[in-house]
Design a protein around this ligand. Sequence first.
Ligand SMILES: Cc1cc2nc3c(=O)[nH]c(=O)nc-3n(C[C@H](O)[C@H](O)[C@H](O)COP(=O)(O)O)c2cc1C
Length: 280
Amino acid sequence: MDLLEAIRRRKTTNTPFSPEPVSNEHKRLLIEAATRAPSHFNSQPWRFLIIEDKEYINAMAGIAGDSMQQLMDEGAFVARYRRYFRFSAKEVTSSKSGIFIDNVPLIFKPLVKLVFSENVGNLLSKLGASRLLGRDQRKIVENAPMLLAIVLDKQEYKPGELSGLYASITLGAVIQTFWLVTTSLNMGMQFISTPLEVKENRARVENLLGIPDQYDLVAIFRMGYKNAEAPRNTIDWVSNQRKPMTDLVHYNQWGTAVPPALATARSLLWDDEHGTNTGN
Ligand SMILES: Cc1cc2nc3c(=O)[nH]c(=O)nc-3n(C[C@H](O)[C@H](O)[C@H](O)COP(=O)(O)O)c2cc1C
């Protein structure tokens, strides 16, 4: 697949994958391509764990489900992330960011208004939404033929220090390569952040996977071949919108807009054939 096509098509896959295992050639390609990423002084501070054993995947799924439910029950997830939630196309168009929660079952519709209340955790818990989201999270992780965990060497990854920043930069380059290569292979990929957001559950995962003290677990993904027929989740979102270049870029000096010739240059990414960056 052409690089621009992969960039255009890359998106988070939060629906079930096809059950087919990821081929060894594809796994090897993913690791070899991702590790072509730049790193400070070619330090290569990342290590990877490919998880395919059903027992491990199910155990990870249980921890992910528990974490999601706990974060919802406590209201921590909503409190942390509500500023990114959009509930109408109008909000999406005006903010040009965030996730558009466009699929909400009728019984949970009243919750939309309550998302901004202090008491949201209790309400989510009482109405059963936390349990539902926890169950969806467990099922989606269980369904994956493969999980990928990424760790960083603590000698390099020292938050607050320059090497910590550099390790985060190279981690981003590695992850984006995984994302583009999976897209080119008709595979999908999804971040599974919840277990890393609950301290005890992060420890449970590190323990399960046997990660040595020298490494910090920094990211977990589910991966697999896409399934075009996969149903949407009970509560679901889309997030394809992006801010336009003119909102993001200053020219020569902060506060100066890009020149009109650049602002109106033909988009090679989004043109008549490929639509715009706001569609799905
Ligand atoms: C650090 C980080 C953590 C994320 N955690 C999750 C997650 O736990 N679950 C999920 O479905 N998506 C997660 N995402 C994906 C973002 O929600 C997604 O990239 C964003 O909404 C844009 O959508 P797109 O990837 O489809 O373009 C995460 C992304 C990043 C960079």
